[in-house]
Design a protein around this ligand. Structure first.
Ligand SMILES: C[S@@+](CC[C@H](N)C(=O)[O-])C[C@H]1O[C@@H](n2cnc3c(N)ncnc32)[C@H](O)[C@@H]1O
Ligand code: SF4
Length: 428
C-alpha cells in the first residue's frame, strides 16, 4: 500500500496485494482430452495410451459431459471462445461420438457463434466420410499430425500411417475443413537440411493455412529416451530451422509463435488464448485448467489414467488437484507464455490477465531489456530477435529464483523446460 498526496486517502497498489484483483475475467477456452491412440509413438510423452480393442467412447463421452457439468459453477455466465479436442487421437472416436460430445457441450455452455472448434487427427484414422461427418458435427478446424512426409522417417518414428495416407488425409482435410493445421517435426533421426527442405516442400504442396514445426525432443519415459536414435547435431538442427523459416517466410507464412506459422488471419485462436494468458477449462483424463475468479487464479488437474478418470468422475470427483497460483509465480507464468509470441503482447495485458501491477515483473523486464532480450518499447512486452533465439534464458529472468546456466534454445519445444504444460491442447 502507498499513501498518495491526499491526506488520509490510501491508494492500493495492486502489485502489493497478496491476491490478484480483476476488473474483467480473461477469455475462456475449453479443452477436451481424448487419451487413446492406435499405437503409442516411441517419442511421445503426451497422456496417450494405445487402445486395446475398442476405445470406450460412449462411456468416455458420458464422463466428459458429467465432468463439464461438475465444472459449471466455476465458469457461470462465461462464454466459451474456442474448443480444442486434443489427445491422444480424438479422430479415433466415431463422428457420432464427437457429434454427441459437441451437442452436449453446446447444451451446457454458451459458445461464441464464431468459436473455433479444432479436432486433432492422425492420418492413420483417415476416412473421407468420417472427416465430412466431423465437419457436419461442428468441427471447423482440423489439426493433422503428419510429422513427416518421408516414408523412411515415418517408419523411424513408428507412425501407424505411410506417406500416401498422410497426403490423402491432408488433401481431404483441406477440401472439407479449409482451416487446417499440419504438425511436422524436424531434427528427425539422421535428417539432413536437404531432407528437411523436401519434407517442408511436401507440406507446402497442400498450402495449409497453418503449420506447426516442432523440434523432436527426447522426453523422459519414452522409448526414444531409453534408446536414443541418431539425431542431427545442434548446428544441423539450427540450419534446418533457418531453412524452414526462410522458406515459409517466402511462401507468405507468419512465424507468429515459437513453433507456429500461419497465413495472415489464420493463427490458431485457441492457442493464442493460452499465450495471452487467457483462461481454459480442461476436461478429460489428465487435462489441465487455469481459471480466474475475482480475487484468485487456480490451476486444476484431472485424474491422468483414463480408467481412474472414469472411476473418479462416476463418483463426482474429476479433480485430482487444485492449487491457487501464488503471487510469486504468476509473473513468470505470464511471461513464459507471452514471450513465445513473436510480436509479444501489449504491456497493459499483464495487469489485465494476472490481476497484478506490472511492478511484479519490473526486475525481470529491466534485466531482460539491458541484455537485449526484450524490446525497449514500454507499450509492448516483446522478445527481440536475440530473445527469441535464447528464449529459455529470457523466460528464466522472470523466475523468482534465478536458474543456473540455462541451456540455449533456438526453438524451444512447445512444452517449456521449466513448467510442463500438458493436455491443454497446445499443438505442440
Ligand atoms: C498430441 S499430438 C496430436 C496429433 C496426433 N496424436 C498424431 O500424432 O497424429 C501433438 C503433436 O505433438 C508433437 N510431438 C509429440 N511428441 C513430440 C516430441 N517428443 N518432440 C516434438 N514434438 C512432439 C507432434 O508433432 C504431434 O503431432
Ligand atoms: S504422437 Fe500422437 S499418435 Fe503418437 S502417441 Fe503421441 S498422441 Fe498418439
Amino acid at each position: 500500500m502507498t499513501n498518495d498526496a491526499t491526506p488520509g486517502r490510501i491508494v492500493v497498489d495492486a502489485g502489493s496485494l497478496a491476491h490478484p484483483t480483476f476488473t474483467a475475467l480473461p477469455p475462456l477456452a475449453l479443452y477436451i482430452h481424448i487419451p487413446w491412440c492406435l499405437k503409442k509413438c516411441p517419442y511421445c510423452d503426451f497422456n496417450s495410451h494405445e487402445v486395446h480393442g475398442e476405445a470406450p467412447e460412449a462411456k468416455y463421452v458420458d464422463a466428459l459431459l458429467a465432468d463439464l457439468e461438475f465444472a459449471l459453477p466455476s465458469i457461470w455466465g462465461r462464454k466459451v471462445v474456442s474448443v480444442f479436442m486434443g489427445g491422444g487421437t480424438p479422430s479415433l472416436f466415431s463422428a457420432a461420438a464427437i457429434d454427441r460430445l459437441l451437442g452436449g457441450v453446446r447444451a451446457r455452455v454458451p459458445l461464441l457463434p464464431d468459436a473455433e472448434i479444432t479436432l486433432e487427427a492422425n492420418p492413420g484414422t483417415f476416412e473421407r466420410q468420417k472427416f465430412a461427418d466431423f465437419y457436419a458435427a461442428g468441427v471447423n478446424r482440423l489439426s493433422l499430425g503428419v510429422q513427416s512426409f518421408d516414408p523412411a522417417q515415418l517408419k523411424a518414428l513408428g507412425r501407424v500411417h505411410d506417406a500416401d495416407e498422410a497426403k490423402r488425409a491432408a488433401e481431404a482435410a483441406l477440401i472439407i475443413f479449409g482451416n487446417v493445421n499440419i504438425d511436422l517435426m524436424y531434427g528427425l533421426p539422421r535428417q539432413s537440411v536437404v531432407e528437411a527442405r523436401a519434407d517442408l516442400a511436401a507440406a507446402l504442396a497442400f498450402a495449409p493455412p497453418h503449420l506447426s514445426f516442432y523440434h523432436l525432443t527426447l522426453e523422459p519415459n519414452t522409448l526414444f529416451h531409453r534408446y536414443p536414435p541418431p539425431l542431427p547435431d545442434d548446428d544441423t538442427a539450427a540450419d534446418i530451422e533457418d531453412a524452414v523459416h526462410a522458406t515459409l517466410d517466402a511462401a507468405g507464412y507468419q512465424h507468429y509463435e515459437t513453433s507456429a506459422y500461419a497465413k495472415p488471419g489464420r493463427q490458431c485462436a485457441h492457442n493464442a488464448n493460452y499465450w495471452r494468458f487467457g483462461d481454459y477449462l480442461g476436461i478429460g483424463a489428465g487435462a489441465h485448467s487455469k481459471l480466474s475468479f475475482a480475487d484468485r487464479i487456480v490451476r486444476q488437474l484431472r485424474w491422468k489414467q483414463p480408467k481412474q478418470y472414469l472411476e473418479q468422475v462416476a463418483h463426482a470427483r474429476p479433480l485430482q488437484e487444485e492449487v491457487e497460483v501464488a503471487r510469486g509465480d504468476v509473473g513468470f507464468e505470464f511471461m513464459l507464455n507471452a514471450l513465445r509470441l513473436t510480436a509479444g503482447v501489449p504491456t497493459a495485458l499483464f495487469a489485465e490477465r494476472t490481476g497484478y501491477a506490472l511492478s511484479l515483473v519490473a526486475g525481470g523486464i529491466d534485466a531482460a531489456t539491458r541484455r537485449g532480450l526484450l524490446e525497449p518499447d514500454p507499450t509492448r512486452l516483446a522478445p527481440t530477435e536475440l530473445g527469441r533465439r535464447f528464449l529459455n534464458d529470457l523466460q528464466a529472468l522472470f523466475l523468482n529464483t534465478p536458474m543456473s546456466a540455462p541451456a540455449r534454445t533456438r526453438n524451444a519445444p512447445e512444452v517449456a523446460p521449466l513448467v510442463r504444460i500438458e493436455a491443454t491442447g497446445i499443438e505442440r
